[in-house]
Write a protein that binds this ligand. Structure first.
Ligand code: SF4
Length: 373
C-alpha cells in the first residue's frame, strides 16, 4: 500500500489501462477500505476545452479510475466540478466527454456551480465551500499538471478551487489567492491525488499550448504533490506561496528530500522534460496591471497578449492594461472587464473572452499608433 511520502509515476499512451495499473500498484482499494464509502472524484474542467488542448483532465484517466473502483466493489461514486467564472460547468461536462462517461458507468455528476455553500472554519479563515465536497467520505482529486498565469503552477491544491461557489472564487482573488488556497487544504481533505500529466499547458490554465509528456502520477500528500510539480517545472516552492501556507496549515510536506519517487515504467522516449516559457510569461504579465482579477479574466488576457505579440503588435506598446476587481468604481485609461467600466477605454464582459480582448486591444493599439504616427 502506498505511503504518504511516495509519488508513483507511470508513462504511456493507453491512458485507461495505465491508470488502472497505477491504482493497483498504489493499493487504492485498501487505502479507501469500506466499500460503502461515498467517493468524490474531482477532475479539472476549468472550461469547455478538450483535454488534448492541455487545460482539462482526460476522461480516459477518470474512466480508468472508475473502472478500477467499480471492479473493487465501490459503487457510490460522484464526479463533481465547477468550471471557472465565465464558463458553464454543464458545457464543460458535455465538451470534455464527462456526460458520456457518467452515462456509460452510471456515475453521478454534480455541477458544483449549482450547489449551495457550506461555511467552514479553515485554520482561522472562514470559507464557503460547495456542499457536495463536504458530503463525501473519500475525495479523489484528479488535477492536470499545468502552468498558471497568476500562481505559476496549478495542480493538487489549487484544483480544489473548483469546489467553491462563483462568488467565493471571486472573493479568493480579492484575498490574494495564495492565502485562501492554502487554507482551503484544511476545508477539503484530499485523500488521493491522481495527476493527469499527459499534455498539460505549462503556461496557460485553460490550455491551447499542450506539452506532451504522456505521464500520470499518484500521491497521497497534496503539498508534496505540488512541490514535485514545482521541481518538474523548475520553480522554487517559495515562488508559489500557497504551497508553503498549506504546509503550515498541516496539510502536508514540501520536503522532497524525504520523498520516494517510484517509476512503474520508464518514459516512452528519452527526452527533455517540457518547461514553461518563463521569460515570455513575465514579458506579457508586465503589461497587465492586475488588482484582484479573477482567474478567467486574467487567464484570457495573457493568451490574448500572446496572440498580439505573435502578430508583432506589442513591439512599441508600453501601456498598462488594468484588470481586476480592485478597479471597480475607479477611473483610468485602458482596462478590460466590467470592473474597469468607468475607464476611458474599457472592454465590457465578466469576463470578456480571449478573442474579445484580442480584438479590443488590437483596435486600441492600431488607433493609438495612428494618432501618434
Ligand atoms: S470583470 Fe471583474 S469580476 Fe468579472 S471576471 Fe473580470 S475581474 Fe472578475
Amino acid at each position: 500500500m502506498m505511503k504518504k511520502n511516495e509519488i508513483l509515476v507511470t508513462y504511456g499512451t493507453d491512458y485507461v489501462n495505465m491508470t488502472e495499473e497505477l491504482l493497483r500498484e498504489a493499493g487504492l482499494a485498501e487505502l479507501i477500505g469500506d466499500r460503502n464509502r461515498r467517493i468524490g472524484i474531482k477532475p479539472n474542467l476549468v472550461a469547455p476545452v478538450l483535454a488534448a488542448e492541455g487545460g482539462t483532465t482526460h476522461p480516459e484517466v477518470v474512466e480508468g479510475l472508475i473502472r478500477y473502483l467499480q471492479a473493487n466493489g465501490f459503487q457510490d461514486l460522484t464526479i463533481m466540478e465547477g468550471s471557472w467564472v465565465g464558463d458553464k460547468t454543464e458545457e464543460s461536462f458535455e465538451v470534455c466527454g464527462y456526460n458520456e462517461l457518467a452515462e456509460k458507468y452510471q456515475v453521478k455528476l454534480i455541477d458544483a456551480q449549482k450547489e449551495p455553500a457550506v461555511t467552514m472554519d479553515c485554520g482561522g479563515l472562514e470559507l464557503h465551500i460547495c456542499r457536495c465536497a463536504t458530503e463525501v467520505d473519500y475525495m479523489i482529486n484528479v488535477p492536470v499538471m499545468k502552468g498558471h498565469c497568476q500562481t505559476k503552477i496549478t495542480c493538487a491544491l489549487k484544483n480544489m478551487k473548483g469546489m467553491l461557489p462563483n462568488s467565493e472564487k471571486r472573493r479568493f482573488h480579492a484575498m490574494g489567492l495564495h492565502d485562501p488556497i492554502g487554507h482551503l487544504a484544511l476545508g477539503i481533505s484530499q485523500n488521493f491525488i491522481l495527476v493527469d500529466s499527459i499534455c498539460g499547458d505549462l503556461c496557460f490554465e485553460d490550455g491551447g499550448n499542450p506539452s506532451k509528456m504522456d505521464r500520470i502520477f499518484a500521491c497521497l500528500d497534496p503539498v508534496l504533490c505540488d512541490s514535485y510539480v514545482c521541481r518538474l517545472l523548475e520553480y522554487d516552492t517559495k515562488e508559489v506561496p500557497y504551497i508553503g501556507i498549506a504546509e503550515r496549515m498541516g496539510a502536508g510536506s514540501t520536503d522532497l528530500t524525504q520523498a520516494r519517487i517510484l517509476e512503474l515504467h520508464a518514459p516512452l522516449h528519452k527526452r527533455e522534460e517540457a518547461r514553461p516559457d518563463k521569460e515570455r510569461m513575465v514579458r506579457l504579465a508586465e503589461l497587465a496591471e492586475d488588482v484582484d482579477s479573477c482567474s478567467a479574466c486574467y487567464g484570457y488576457l495573457i493568451p490574448a497578449l500572446n496572440m498580439l505579440e505573435q502578430d508583432g503588435l506589442l513591439k512599441d506598446f508600453k501601456e498598462k492594461i488594468c484588470i481586476g476587481q480592485g478597479y471597480r468604481g475607479k477611473s483610468g485609461n485602458l482596462g478590460v472587464g466590467n470592473c474597469t467600466k468607468a475607464f476611458t477605454h474599457s472592454l465590457k464582459g465578466c469576463p470578456p473572452t480571449e478573442i474579445e480582448m484580442y480584438e479590443f486591444l488590437k483596435a486600441y493599439i492600431k488607433e493609438t499608433g495612428r494618432r501618434e504616427g
